[in-house]
Design a protein around this ligand. Sequence first.
Ligand code: D3G
Length: 494
Amino acid sequence: MDLLTAATLFLVICLSCLTVLSTWQQMHRKSQMPPGPTPLPFIGNLLQVNTSDMYRSLIKIREKYGPVYTIHLGPRRVVVLCGYDAVKEALVDQAEEFSGRGVHATFDWLFQGYGVGFCTWERAKPLRRFSITTLRNFGMGKRSAEERILEETHFLLESLRATKSEPFDPTFVLSRSVSNIISSITFGNRFEYEDQEFLSMLRTMLETFEFASTSWGQLYDMFSGIMQHLPGPQDKTFKELLGLKEFITKKAKANKETLDPNNPRDFIDCFLVKMQQEKENPNSEFFLENLVYTTANIFFGGTETVSTTLRYGILLLLKYPEIEEKIHNEIERVIGLNRIPNMDDRPLMPYTDAVIHEIQRFGDMLPLSLARRVTCDTKFRGYTIPKGTEVIPVLGSVLRDPKHFGRPDVFDPQHFLDDNGQFKKNKAFMPFSVGKRYCFGEHLARMELFLILTSILQNFRLKSPIPPEDIDISPMLVGFATLPHFYEMCAIPL
Ligand code: D3G
């Protein structure tokens, strides 16, 4: 054997050993992952899911593999968590490990890893702390959050009165009021209801939620690597999202030119001040991109989720007039008709509180939550999940966990009431998610839902132009979000 042949042979043997070793390692690593359906190259488990109903597909796969399993959404390897126990054990008991953020390709296209919502835990930490403090300060200072909500609700009631009991689609009537509450904090002002730029941003937010919940949007989440280079319905969404970004950028510039650091007018001003304070720190997260995108997160996240919940809630009340009637009675008993509602009324109104909880439970705003990611190699229920693996906590399966809700698929406020008609907490109620990346707008959102709904029902009786039996309360889309069908309603002054 000459030297060349020997060397070649040696190389071949080395390479073979390496290949066997790495395959074995991979298999071993894989065998420590939760079980799941066998993936095909590139498309993963695409054939096992229905992209127009990912929630139901994931629930179905759970039947075979249990509440914690691995699935391949295209090239994404994801650990899925179903039911209260699994979600709580991961997100709460191992909070730090499960605090990373997974892929949301539609939003990632715009955010590019900046801003508080769609970023790593490392970036989120300082941005969340700052956002929470700043939101709290704006909710406590000269105008409390409660006052902001009630002021805006006054305009909402006016526009409901202007409908003169005629049927109308409540979508934008609700979203412009909800959005104005968060706008008064992020931008320091509310918008006129007919402001065309405002209405176009509201349309953008609604349409983005719609796109991300369609079959195509879910497919885009799996195959954005290729799909971003191809034409498709995402192009319209992206173009609109750019408009939203440009609005905020413009606003940030204007604020910068008129900034008085001793008198911050809004969230953007506070961020500018923070940027100034940290300008010597090379590792600071307080720079312009994070300002623009964090503001976008708060504005968008604070608009679409609450307004869709209200829209779903009103539809449910149109379907069940007897439930609406009981809220009217409670309002009359606790608040009366001569003063506006406030947050001290809520503990005295267990029925209304239970209905609002049940609206959020049944409405299941974000059925797959926002995807997480483990920040390090993570031991969980005997498995080892490698650092960087994505995790989907299926919040819908927690909100419908049969161990915690008697009739999970039925809209029934009794889920949150005890035998004496008192409000009953339920630990599986987690529409805002839990753990390190729970929704930090939760407090504001819950105040909005209570004050807006009670204010509407203190002043109006709701009526459907079609008989309640014909109202379809099943969702129109279930994907990133759960969206109700569009409908018309009448608001009859009391
Ligand atoms: C969407 C776009 C930008 N920033 C946040 C969101 C979003 C959707 C749902 C939630 O945030 C959770 N509040």
